[in-house]
Design a protein. Structure first.
Length: 254
């Protein structure tokens, strides 16, 4: 029996050039995931990073972040400056699943939900782009921090992604029956099927953060072969609300 081990992550953070221990990130906060102490920040190009911080910055804030890269592909902020607030941004991510008018994207190793507009924005299907679609998504940012798609452009395809999220519920798999992990992102839930034979560590409980590799097919994601991630961060950062004009935002209407 093939055993697939799902490993706990200490909600943590990530990514720069291999020869650099520090990075300077600029962009718009497109998701604030309080249980993980993570801000997802999107640059003008749509490239996204998950940054561990206890900053009070809100979704829509334009920020400049000094950060260090962690082994799991996320970042730990050492300093964060808020310079402005905008109502539009762009996210480049991978479609995980479309559910009831919401597209769940993998962006910067986090899961980001984006609401669909009333009319279809993509001709391929009325329900949105298929799982595995690499998409450039223009969004408007609501007062509550919710994101609504204004444009979705397919720019490629991939068969798998790695994500980190908070576990809301667990249905263990057995040797012969499938199980599932229910992930929660800002009050929205995403159920990830697990193949029969998946072995979960006893420390994986509701409220924990999991790092999970998702295989993406037309019918949706399946959790498999995740990487173990036990790095930890101290979430120490210096927040400065003074203006920094070198922001990296996209205010154009898509």
């Amino acid at each position: 029996m093939k055993k697939i081990v799902i490993a706990l992550a200490a909600a943590v953070a990530v990514a720069l050039p291999a020869n650099a221990g520090a990075a300077r990130l600029q962009g718009v906060v497109v998701s604030k995931q309080k249980t993980r102490h993570v801000l997802v920040i999107a640059a003008r190009s749509g490239t996204a990073w998950s940054v561990h911080t206890r900053s009070a910055a809100r979704v829509g804030s334009v920020v400049t972040v000094s950060a260090t890269r962690l082994p799991n592909g996320t970042y730990n902020a050492t300093k964060l400056r808020v310079s402005d607030r905008v109502s539009r941004a762009r996210i480049r991510g991978v479609v995980i699943r479309n559910i009831a008018g919401t597209t769940f994207l993998s962006a910067g190793r986090s899961v980001v939900p984006v609401r669909s507009r009333a009319r279809s924005l993509m001709s391929a299907t009325q329900s949105g782009p298929l799982p595995g679609t690499v998409a450039s998504v223009g969004v408007t940012i609501g007062q509550s921090g919710s994101l609504t798609a204004t444009s979705i452009t397919s720019v490629g395809h991939t068969n798998q992604v790695v994500v980190q999220a908070t576990v809301a519920a667990i249905t263990p798999a057995t040797a012969t029956t499938a199980g599932s992990l229910t992930l929660t992102v800002n009050g929205q839930t995403l159920v990830i099927p697990l193949p029969a034979g998946t072995v979960l560590p006893p420390t994986l409980v509701p409220g924990a953060t999991v790092t999970l590799t998702l295989a993406l097919g037309p019918s949706g994601p399946v959790g498999r072969d995740p990487e173990h991630d036990d790095d930890d961060t101290d979430d120490t950062d210096d927040t400065d609300d003074s203006e920094d004009t070198e922001d990296d935002t996209d205010d154009s209407d898509d």
